[in-house]
Design a protein around this ligand. Structure first.
Ligand code: GTP
Ligand code: MG
Length: 201
């Protein structure tokens, strides 16, 4: 087959690229999730949690944790030949929330990770996306030592609108995270179409 100059070296389809945010409370597994699926070495901006930070960094419930994200996580995953997601993990701690508006710019949708032992930690993220009409999905990151709750109780506890999907996941597992991301894209396509004027491509 003969290709013209413009086609040479090009992939057959130009993929659509979508931006997805990964939000949720401190230490819920955002950096882990981005790292589990990213096909490029994820960019991380982790800093050591230090003795000096102890009064402001509430590590109760995540005592094994030694680092925290200070700006963002960044990763990429090709869901299909024609669909690429760019993942932006937000910093979990309140003192870094001033960065959220910039990270949210142009986002198609978001995953809000939740830990059932500290469900209240994701209230702020839920509020944030509700207020801005950014479609989101709740991913319940199932830590081994946390009690399992039916998704309906999580939905109730978070007082979610009925269309917001709630899924159980394991932030360390690539296939599980892929399902979550497919869920966000589907939800955002269905729900976002009527609510938002344009989708970034
Ligand atoms: N058992 C278990 N541990 C997990 C899971 N997800 C994350 N972890 C661990 O929990 C800790 C916190 O995970 P991170 O991915 O750093 O959390 P984060 O949400 O990025 O934290 P911040 O950026 O500080 O808000 C790490 O030690 C992970 O290894 C999980 O699904 N199961
Ligand atoms: Mg992190």
């Amino acid at each position: 087959m003969i290709f013209g100059r413009s086609e040479r070296g090009k992939s057959p389809v130009e993929p659509v690229t979508l931006k997805i945010l990964v939000a949720g409370g401190f230490g819920v597994g955002k950096t882990t999730l981005v790292g589990a699926v990213s096909e490029i070495r994820p960019l991380r901006t982790e800093e050591l949690l230090t003795e000096a930070g102890r009064p402001v960094d509430d590590t109760s419930g995540v005592e094994g944790k030694h680092t925290t994200t200070v700006a963002m996580d960044f990763g990429r995953i090709t869901l299909r030949e024609d669909l690429v997601l760019y993942l932006f993990g937000t910093p979990g701690q309140e003192r870094f929330w001033f960065m959220w508006d910039e990270l949210a710019e142009g986002a198609l949708g978001a995953v809000v990770l939740a830990d059932t032992r500290r469900l209240e930690d994701c209230f702020a993220a839920v509020d944030y996306f509700e207020r801005r009409s950014i479609p989101f999905l709740i991913g319940v990151n199932c830590f081994e030592d946390a009690a399992r709750y039916p998704v309906e109780s999580v939905r109730k506890a978070l007082d979610l609108d009925p269309e917001v999907p709630v899924v159980l996941c394991d932030a360390r597992d690539r296939e599980s995270v892929k399902e979550v991301l497919i869920g966000v894209v589907r939800h955002a396509m269905a729900y976002g179409a009527g609510h938002r004027q344009s989708v970034t491509t």
